[in-house]
Design a protein around this ligand. Structure first.
Ligand code: NAD
Length: 266
Protein backbone atom coordinates (compact mmCIF):
# COMPACT_ATOMS: atom_id res chain seq x y z
CA UNK A 1 0.00 0.00 0.00
CA UNK A 2 1.41 3.40 -0.97
CA UNK A 3 1.28 6.19 1.57
CA UNK A 4 3.26 8.41 3.90
CA UNK A 5 4.32 5.39 5.98
CA UNK A 6 4.81 2.89 3.16
CA UNK A 7 7.80 0.63 3.86
CA UNK A 8 7.94 1.68 7.52
CA UNK A 9 7.58 -0.69 10.44
CA UNK A 10 6.76 0.24 13.97
CA UNK A 11 5.86 -0.92 17.46
CA UNK A 12 2.69 0.37 19.14
CA UNK A 13 2.74 0.06 22.96
CA UNK A 14 -0.34 0.88 25.04
CA UNK A 15 -3.45 -0.35 23.25
CA UNK A 16 -5.94 -1.52 25.89
CA UNK A 17 -9.06 -1.30 23.73
CA UNK A 18 -10.50 0.61 20.79
CA UNK A 19 -10.83 3.77 22.91
CA UNK A 20 -7.07 3.88 23.58
CA UNK A 21 -5.04 6.78 22.21
CA UNK A 22 -2.53 4.21 20.92
CA UNK A 23 -5.31 2.64 18.85
CA UNK A 24 -6.13 6.01 17.22
CA UNK A 25 -2.44 6.33 16.34
CA UNK A 26 -2.22 2.75 15.04
CA UNK A 27 -5.16 3.30 12.69
CA UNK A 28 -3.70 6.56 11.37
CA UNK A 29 -0.27 5.13 10.55
CA UNK A 30 -1.66 1.84 9.20
CA UNK A 31 -3.93 3.78 6.83
CA UNK A 32 -0.74 5.33 5.39
CA UNK A 33 0.89 1.94 4.83
CA UNK A 34 2.83 1.24 8.06
CA UNK A 35 3.45 -2.35 9.12
CA UNK A 36 2.77 -2.74 12.84
CA UNK A 37 3.61 -4.79 15.91
CA UNK A 38 1.71 -4.38 19.19
CA UNK A 39 2.30 -5.02 22.86
CA UNK A 40 -0.40 -5.69 25.45
CA UNK A 41 -0.35 -5.84 29.23
CA UNK A 42 -1.73 -9.10 30.57
CA UNK A 43 -3.84 -11.83 29.01
CA UNK A 44 -7.20 -10.10 29.54
CA UNK A 45 -6.11 -7.11 27.44
CA UNK A 46 -4.35 -9.47 25.02
CA UNK A 47 -7.71 -10.99 24.10
CA UNK A 48 -8.81 -7.51 22.98
CA UNK A 49 -5.59 -6.38 21.36
CA UNK A 50 -5.12 -9.52 19.21
CA UNK A 51 -8.27 -8.99 17.11
CA UNK A 52 -7.64 -5.22 16.88
CA UNK A 53 -4.11 -5.87 15.58
CA UNK A 54 -5.45 -8.46 13.12
CA UNK A 55 -7.92 -5.89 11.77
CA UNK A 56 -4.87 -3.80 10.72
CA UNK A 57 -3.12 -6.83 9.22
CA UNK A 58 -0.74 -7.48 12.15
CA UNK A 59 -0.19 -10.80 13.88
CA UNK A 60 2.91 -9.58 15.75
CA UNK A 61 1.38 -9.11 19.20
CA UNK A 62 3.62 -9.52 22.26
CA UNK A 63 2.91 -9.42 26.00
CA UNK A 64 4.75 -6.66 27.89
CA UNK A 65 4.67 -5.34 31.43
CA UNK A 66 7.19 -2.50 31.69
CA UNK A 67 7.62 -3.15 35.41
CA UNK A 68 9.48 -6.31 34.38
CA UNK A 69 12.65 -5.57 32.34
CA UNK A 70 12.77 -9.21 31.13
CA UNK A 71 9.36 -8.76 29.56
CA UNK A 72 10.61 -5.62 27.74
CA UNK A 73 13.60 -7.66 26.50
CA UNK A 74 11.26 -10.34 25.16
CA UNK A 75 9.44 -7.74 23.05
CA UNK A 76 12.66 -6.71 21.34
CA UNK A 77 13.74 -10.34 20.82
CA UNK A 78 10.41 -10.92 19.07
CA UNK A 79 11.04 -7.86 16.88
CA UNK A 80 14.58 -9.12 16.07
CA UNK A 81 13.06 -12.33 14.82
CA UNK A 82 10.26 -10.73 12.80
CA UNK A 83 12.18 -7.70 11.55
CA UNK A 84 15.89 -8.70 11.44
CA UNK A 85 16.82 -5.63 9.40
CA UNK A 86 15.29 -3.25 11.93
CA UNK A 87 12.28 -0.98 12.25
CA UNK A 88 11.41 2.69 12.04
CA UNK A 89 9.27 3.87 14.93
CA UNK A 90 7.94 3.19 18.42
CA UNK A 91 4.82 4.70 20.01
CA UNK A 92 4.90 4.69 23.82
CA UNK A 93 1.37 5.30 25.15
CA UNK A 94 1.77 3.84 28.64
CA UNK A 95 0.85 5.38 31.95
CA UNK A 96 -0.17 4.20 35.39
CA UNK A 97 -0.57 5.40 38.94
CA UNK A 98 -2.57 4.08 41.87
CA UNK A 99 -5.90 5.77 41.34
CA UNK A 100 -6.43 6.30 45.07
CA UNK A 101 -3.61 8.87 44.73
CA UNK A 102 -5.20 10.63 41.75
CA UNK A 103 -7.72 12.15 44.09
CA UNK A 104 -7.32 14.90 46.68
CA UNK A 105 -4.29 17.06 47.47
CA UNK A 106 -0.94 15.87 46.06
CA UNK A 107 0.73 16.83 49.32
CA UNK A 108 -1.58 14.58 51.36
CA UNK A 109 -2.03 11.45 49.26
CA UNK A 110 1.34 10.68 47.65
CA UNK A 111 3.38 7.75 48.99
CA UNK A 112 7.01 6.86 48.30
CA UNK A 113 5.99 3.47 46.92
CA UNK A 114 3.44 4.77 44.41
CA UNK A 115 5.68 7.73 43.49
CA UNK A 116 8.41 5.28 42.42
CA UNK A 117 6.01 2.92 40.66
CA UNK A 118 4.35 5.76 38.75
CA UNK A 119 7.75 7.08 37.66
CA UNK A 120 8.99 3.67 36.48
CA UNK A 121 5.87 2.79 34.50
CA UNK A 122 4.90 6.22 33.17
CA UNK A 123 8.33 7.78 32.66
CA UNK A 124 11.36 5.49 32.89
CA UNK A 125 9.77 2.89 30.60
CA UNK A 126 10.14 5.33 27.70
CA UNK A 127 13.90 5.59 28.32
CA UNK A 128 14.19 1.83 28.78
CA UNK A 129 12.42 1.26 25.46
CA UNK A 130 14.53 3.91 23.71
CA UNK A 131 17.68 2.17 25.01
CA UNK A 132 16.58 -1.09 23.39
CA UNK A 133 15.06 0.42 20.25
CA UNK A 134 17.86 2.82 19.28
CA UNK A 135 20.35 0.20 18.09
CA UNK A 136 17.66 -1.56 16.07
CA UNK A 137 16.13 1.47 14.37
CA UNK A 138 16.83 2.52 10.83
CA UNK A 139 17.98 6.11 10.08
CA UNK A 140 15.04 8.46 9.82
CA UNK A 141 13.30 6.63 12.68
CA UNK A 142 11.13 8.24 15.32
CA UNK A 143 10.14 7.66 18.95
CA UNK A 144 6.92 9.16 20.24
CA UNK A 145 5.41 9.33 23.73
CA UNK A 146 2.14 10.67 25.12
CA UNK A 147 2.01 13.41 27.73
CA UNK A 148 -0.50 15.82 29.27
CA UNK A 149 -0.69 19.51 30.20
CA UNK A 150 -0.60 18.51 33.88
CA UNK A 151 3.18 18.19 33.37
CA UNK A 152 3.67 21.95 33.45
CA UNK A 153 0.48 23.32 35.03
CA UNK A 154 -1.39 22.15 38.09
CA UNK A 155 -4.50 20.10 37.20
CA UNK A 156 -6.63 19.06 40.19
CA UNK A 157 -6.23 15.35 41.05
CA UNK A 158 -3.57 14.70 38.37
CA UNK A 159 -1.03 14.77 41.22
CA UNK A 160 1.95 12.39 40.88
CA UNK A 161 1.08 11.73 37.21
CA UNK A 162 1.91 15.41 36.58
CA UNK A 163 5.38 14.87 38.03
CA UNK A 164 5.86 11.72 35.94
CA UNK A 165 4.79 13.58 32.79
CA UNK A 166 7.17 16.47 33.61
CA UNK A 167 10.04 13.98 33.85
CA UNK A 168 8.80 12.23 30.70
CA UNK A 169 8.89 15.53 28.80
CA UNK A 170 12.45 16.13 30.04
CA UNK A 171 13.31 12.60 28.83
CA UNK A 172 12.05 13.54 25.37
CA UNK A 173 14.63 16.35 25.25
CA UNK A 174 17.55 14.32 26.63
CA UNK A 175 16.79 11.34 24.37
CA UNK A 176 16.40 13.65 21.35
CA UNK A 177 19.84 15.13 22.01
CA UNK A 178 21.44 11.71 22.47
CA UNK A 179 19.81 9.95 19.52
CA UNK A 180 19.75 12.85 17.03
CA UNK A 181 23.26 12.15 15.69
CA UNK A 182 22.12 8.70 14.53
CA UNK A 183 19.10 10.18 12.76
CA UNK A 184 16.48 9.19 15.32
CA UNK A 185 13.92 11.82 16.30
CA UNK A 186 12.16 11.85 19.70
CA UNK A 187 8.98 13.81 20.36
CA UNK A 188 5.99 13.98 22.70
CA UNK A 189 2.31 14.57 21.98
CA UNK A 190 0.46 16.43 24.71
CA UNK A 191 -3.15 15.37 24.28
CA UNK A 192 -6.22 17.01 25.78
CA UNK A 193 -8.45 14.82 27.98
CA UNK A 194 -9.89 11.72 26.29
CA UNK A 195 -12.30 9.15 27.79
CA UNK A 196 -10.07 6.08 28.10
CA UNK A 197 -9.40 3.53 30.82
CA UNK A 198 -6.40 5.54 32.05
CA UNK A 199 -8.29 8.84 31.76
CA UNK A 200 -11.13 7.48 33.90
CA UNK A 201 -8.67 6.78 36.74
CA UNK A 202 -8.39 10.49 37.54
CA UNK A 203 -10.98 11.70 40.04
CA UNK A 204 -13.63 14.03 38.58
CA UNK A 205 -12.34 13.44 35.04
CA UNK A 206 -15.79 14.49 33.80
CA UNK A 207 -15.18 18.02 35.16
CA UNK A 208 -11.89 18.18 33.21
CA UNK A 209 -13.71 17.32 29.97
CA UNK A 210 -16.39 19.91 30.70
CA UNK A 211 -13.81 22.58 31.51
CA UNK A 212 -11.97 21.84 28.26
CA UNK A 213 -15.22 22.14 26.29
CA UNK A 214 -16.07 25.45 27.95
CA UNK A 215 -12.67 27.12 27.74
CA UNK A 216 -10.55 25.67 24.90
CA UNK A 217 -10.46 27.86 21.77
CA UNK A 218 -12.15 25.08 19.75
CA UNK A 219 -14.78 24.60 22.53
CA UNK A 220 -14.49 20.81 22.47
CA UNK A 221 -12.30 17.90 23.44
CA UNK A 222 -10.12 16.09 20.90
CA UNK A 223 -10.71 12.70 19.27
CA UNK A 224 -8.26 9.81 19.14
CA UNK A 225 -8.40 10.21 15.33
CA UNK A 226 -7.10 13.77 15.69
CA UNK A 227 -4.33 12.59 18.02
CA UNK A 228 -3.59 9.89 15.42
CA UNK A 229 -3.24 12.58 12.73
CA UNK A 230 -0.71 14.53 14.79
CA UNK A 231 1.16 11.31 15.54
CA UNK A 232 1.28 10.52 11.83
CA UNK A 233 2.98 13.88 11.29
CA UNK A 234 5.53 13.26 14.06
CA UNK A 235 6.27 9.68 12.94
CA UNK A 236 6.53 10.40 9.22
CA UNK A 237 8.96 12.30 7.06
CA UNK A 238 6.61 15.31 7.18
CA UNK A 239 8.26 16.25 10.48
CA UNK A 240 11.77 15.23 9.38
CA UNK A 241 13.32 18.38 10.94
CA UNK A 242 11.45 18.17 14.26
CA UNK A 243 12.90 16.58 17.40
CA UNK A 244 12.77 17.15 21.17
CA UNK A 245 9.35 18.83 20.86
CA UNK A 246 6.17 18.58 22.91
CA UNK A 247 3.32 19.11 20.46
CA UNK A 248 -0.13 19.96 21.88
CA UNK A 249 -3.27 18.30 20.48
CA UNK A 250 -5.74 19.83 22.92
CA UNK A 251 -8.13 22.12 21.02
CA UNK A 252 -5.78 24.97 22.04
CA UNK A 253 -6.57 24.63 25.77
CA UNK A 254 -2.92 25.17 26.78
CA UNK A 255 -2.80 28.75 25.46
CA UNK A 256 -5.65 30.00 27.67
CA UNK A 257 -5.11 31.67 31.04
CA UNK A 258 -8.23 33.21 32.56
CA UNK A 259 -11.79 32.31 31.47
CA UNK A 260 -13.63 34.71 29.16
CA UNK A 261 -15.46 37.64 30.83
CA UNK A 262 -18.91 36.25 29.94
CA UNK A 263 -18.03 33.03 31.76
CA UNK A 264 -16.72 34.90 34.81
CA UNK A 265 -19.83 37.13 34.92
CA UNK A 266 -22.28 34.20 34.59
P1 NAD B 1 -5.43 3.48 28.04
O1 NAD B 1 -5.89 3.00 29.36
O2 NAD B 1 -6.20 3.09 26.85
O3 NAD B 1 -3.89 3.14 27.79
C1 NAD B 1 -2.95 3.09 28.84
C2 NAD B 1 -2.07 1.90 28.53
O4 NAD B 1 -0.99 1.81 29.47
C3 NAD B 1 -2.86 0.58 28.60
O5 NAD B 1 -2.74 -0.10 27.38
C4 NAD B 1 -2.15 -0.19 29.70
O6 NAD B 1 -2.13 -1.58 29.49
C5 NAD B 1 -0.75 0.42 29.62
N1 NAD B 1 0.02 0.15 30.82
C6 NAD B 1 -0.20 0.56 32.10
N2 NAD B 1 0.71 0.01 32.93
C7 NAD B 1 1.52 -0.76 32.16
C8 NAD B 1 2.62 -1.61 32.43
N3 NAD B 1 3.09 -1.79 33.67
N4 NAD B 1 3.22 -2.23 31.39
C9 NAD B 1 2.77 -2.09 30.12
N5 NAD B 1 1.72 -1.32 29.80
C10 NAD B 1 1.10 -0.67 30.82
O7 NAD B 1 -5.41 5.08 28.20
P2 NAD B 1 -4.85 6.25 27.26
O8 NAD B 1 -5.54 7.48 27.75
O9 NAD B 1 -4.95 5.87 25.83
O10 NAD B 1 -3.32 6.36 27.71
C11 NAD B 1 -2.23 6.31 26.81
C12 NAD B 1 -1.22 7.39 27.17
O11 NAD B 1 -1.81 8.67 26.89
C13 NAD B 1 -0.83 7.42 28.65
O12 NAD B 1 0.55 7.73 28.75
C14 NAD B 1 -1.64 8.58 29.19
O13 NAD B 1 -1.06 9.16 30.34
C15 NAD B 1 -1.58 9.51 27.99
N6 NAD B 1 -2.56 10.58 27.97
C16 NAD B 1 -3.88 10.31 28.18
C17 NAD B 1 -4.80 11.37 28.17
C18 NAD B 1 -6.27 11.09 28.42
O14 NAD B 1 -7.00 12.05 28.74
N7 NAD B 1 -6.75 9.88 28.29
C19 NAD B 1 -4.38 12.68 27.91
C20 NAD B 1 -3.03 12.91 27.67
C21 NAD B 1 -2.11 11.86 27.71
Amino acid sequence: MAGLMAGRRGLIMGVANDHSIAWGIAKAVAAEGAELAFTYQGEALGRRVGPLAASLGSNLVVSCDVEDPASVDRVFSALDEAWPDGFDFVVHAIGFSDKSQLKGRYVDVTTRENFSRTMVISCFSFTEIAQRAAGRMRPGGALLTLTYGGATRVMPNYNVMGLAKAALEASVRYLAADLGPQGIRVNGLSAGPVRTLAGAGIADARLMYNHQRAHAPLRRTVTTEEIGGSALYLLSGLSGGVTGEIHFVDSGYNIISMPRPEVLKA
